[in-house]
Design a protein around this ligand. Structure first.
Ligand SMILES: [Zn+2]
Ligand SMILES: [Zn+2]
Length: 88
């Protein structure tokens, strides 16, 4: 379902940094409506899409993810070379 504008009624204001950011203050993000809102449910009251309750783009998080990705790629390369050896 597309955005119907209902989300605007639940729109959350940007909290002060001292309060710990949007997710920590209980705000949820709808990717379809691209809006932060205060809403007790797991799904957007507007479009019905599942709301995001945890941060994703925090710098330290992405750094962790990158490290994991690099490790996964290494494992993958090792596995590939093992497969090659078996094929020969
Ligand atoms: Zn909406
Ligand atoms: Zn929505």
């Amino acid at each position: 379902m597309p955005c119907k504008g209902i989300c605007l009624r639940h729109r959350a204001l940007k909290p002060k940094v001292a309060e710990g950011g949007r997710y920590l203050t209980g705000q949820k993000r709808c990717q379809v409506c691209s809006i932060f809102m205060r809403w007790p449910g797991l799904f957007c009251p507007c479009c019905g899409y599942r709301l995001r309750t945890r941060p994703r783009n925090y710098k330290f998080k992405s750094r962790l993810r990158d490290a994991k990705k690099q490790r996964d790629q290494k494992t993958l390369t090792v596995q590939k070379s093992q497969i090659k050896r078996k094929a020969l």
